[in-house]
Structure formats: C-alpha cells, structure tokens
Design a protein around this ligand. Sequence first.
Ligand code: GLN
Length: 473
Amino acid sequence: MDLIKLTISEAKKGLKKKEFSARELTENYLERIKKLNPQLNAFITVCEKEALESADHADKLILQGETWEAQPLLGIPFSMKDVYSTKNIRTTAGSKILENYLPPYNASVYQKLIDSGAILLGKTNCDAWGHGSSTENSDFGPTKNPWNLDYVPGGSSGGSAAVLAADMTIFEIGEDTGGSIRLPSAFCATVGLKVTYGRVSRYGAISYASSLDSMGPMGKNVSDVAEILSVIAGSDSHDATSSPRPVEDYSSSLNQDIKGLKIGIPSEFFSKGLNSEIKDAINKALQIFKEKGAEIVDISLPHTEDGIATYYLIASSETSSNLARYDGIRFGNDREYFGQEAKKRIMLGTYALSSGYYDQYYLKAQKVRSLIKNDFEKAFNKCEVILAPVSPIPPFKLGEKIADPLQMYLVDVYTVLINLAGIPSLALPCGFSKAGLPIGMQIIGPQFSEKSLLNVGYQYEQATDWQKMKPEL
Ligand code: GLN
C-alpha cells in the first residue's frame, strides 16, 4: 500500500485495521518531504521530532483502545500554512520579521486539531503576511507548482496546495483573505474551502486583514475537507467574531440529490478577460450539473468590476494597522526586515486611513463593500449556489507577473468579492489546460451554506476523475 496516497478516511481505515501504525504513516510523509522539498520549497519548517513524538503517542492511544469517535483525526498527519501560532514551533507568516519567532501559545484551530489526534508535520510556505497570489512574495523563496516546476502554485497559501498535490501531507489548513485558499487549490488541482466569515476562529492566526481573514480546510477531495471542517468550526471565546451558530456534521450529508438545484451563472464573470480554456472547463462542469437535474439561472453581480479596488483598499488599510505591532521591540526583527510588498501595502493603507483621505478612500470602499454584499443577496433570491471560475487565467510562470503588481492583483478578480461579502466558497478542480496545468472552479453560497456547498461539490466530484490525477514528481 502506498501510504502517501491515502485520503483521511482511507488512512483511518488502515489505522483501525492495524495495517500500519501512525508512526509508519508519519515516517512515510517525512521521507516524502525530505525527498521533494528541495525542489518544491513548499515547507518553511518541518517538525520531525514533534511529529514522531505525536505519532508514538497516537499509537499508544490506539493500542489502549481510544476511538475515532472521541478523537476523529487520531494518527492523521497534516500541515498548516505558516500563519498559525504553534507553541514553541517556529511561526514566520512567510516573513523574515518573524524568522526566529516561537509563539508562546497555540492558535485555536491548531489546538482543536491536536486535541482531535492529528499530527503536525510542519508549516507551509506562503507569501509574507498573506500578501500575494503566487508565493513569490515569501521571504523564504517561492514555492514551485508540482504540476510544472516553472509555474507558480498560486498564493498566498501556495505551499499548502503544493504539499497536497505532491502528496507531502494528508490535509492542510490554509487561510483566505481574498482568495488565498481557492487560487492555490485551482492552480494545483486540490480542494479548498473559504468558510463564512466567523465560522472558524481566527484566534492565534497571524492577522492580515481582520474583517476579511477566513481560516479553512484544504484537502485531496471534498469529503476530507468536510471532515476537517467538522473539527475546526465553531465559536471560540478568544475570538468575538466567531459565530455562535451550532456546528453541523458536514460529512454526513454528502449524498443529497441535487435535482432542481438552482445554479446561478454571473454574466460579469464570463465576459471578456476569462481565458477560453477555463470557460470551456466550466461549461463542461455545468453540463454535468444539468445531467444531475440542476437548473441553470442567469444572474448578475453588477459591482464585480469594483471588487479589486475595494478589496485592495480595505485589505491594505487593515494590514497597515495589523502590521504596526511588529515594532522590533516586543518580538521579531526590526521593521527594516519587511519586504517590498509589505512596505507598499503599509504605505497604501496608512495613506487611505489618514485624515483627509479616510472619507475619500476607506469609507468609500466600505460603502462599495455593502453594494457588493447586496449584489450577492439579490442573486441568492434567484439561485441557491453560484458557479464561477476561481481565476481568469491558468497558472502562470514564476517571474511572469511579479514586476507588475496590477497584473498580479487582477488574478484575484473573482475571489475577493466573496471575502468582501463574508460568504463561503468551495474551490475544486474541473479540468486541465492543453499545457497540462490545473483549472479550478468555485461554488459560492449564502452565509453558513457550507453543508450544501460541500454536497454540491461532492456530487460533481463523484462524476469526474480530476481528484485522482497526480503530477509526475
Ligand atoms: N492575493 C490576495 C492578496 O494579495 C489575497 C491574499 C489572501 O487571501 N491572503 O491580498
């Protein structure tokens, strides 16, 4: 059995039947990481010693009769974007400011995962502070796309999607402020969920833009993502913006018929600017949904064009405030260690928030944000979910866009709107370009519709083979 190819449920089955131990499973991944990380640069930190200790502990519990009902992820290795505080394990946010930072406490998401028995393999590469769409802004060097090493894996959680595609982990936790879970998922043919704002606690995750940041699961298929969400979702007394809504069992309802489901197609997303291979792949996906009895409805999101400007104003303003805490006095290196992109965003954000300009920029952006939110509310009167591309273009080459920030920002045109509206969106693979690079789509729903999005995604996944395809490495 090839242990590195397993999904969560397959790995659990093997552990239950004692076909292998948690230690064997973990060792296989650590070996795979050693072999591939020099080429891919997808992990910033690998915690081999801690991982093996946790694996031995899991094996002991399994021997003592501990069940997966009590600890749903017992013995399952995983990794996290390097923005989650992990006590005494280096946490950098992809920035040299935090090059040697050891957090004194755990992020709530991480605590929930280790409490459920999961084993942390390491922390994955990302654009510094989440600023970017390619991982080229990481101070630790870019991650390469496992499907073609000349291409970017998307960003900012590029390391997260790369380690999944390359079978260097079983599951991942990413972070999405304006597309950072969904774009890498699309560029690497993996599955990622941007949750409703507040569904998962932000406590202990290094903030990029606090009103937009969403913590979410990434996996090799939809049912794994559902299973992880059931563990990490929920209210948290440490995060006042986390929702008190009860957590649903996201795995139990993945087989609901979608006959009569109304799928909205936003005309603005399919106009000029969308790559024709992506358009074709989404049309083929639509065909599959139609065969399953779904109804296609035309909808309009009239403020789509304002998304990028609105998002980059709000995100820069909030990040300029969040990054003020790195003053080089309490922890971390001096501010001169900030990279170019962070400095640019701090300046832009400070400008937009300064008196005299606040009304003109920040306040205006907030008003447009309300209009964008209203667009979605109106659309959801006509349909239950919205089907859309994740990115207007397929994965691009390393170095291709880094010198032209506007071109880089435009890649986020279809993803940022979802964060501005605070709603959930599931990204999953829907094809490959002629050049052999992945194409992804997103299924967007109203607030707290995660359960239904996962079901719709699962229905599609069952009808296709994309998740079975693997890069040659
Ligand atoms: N690419 C977007 C940005 O640079 C989104 C990043 C994110 O979601 N963390 O802001």
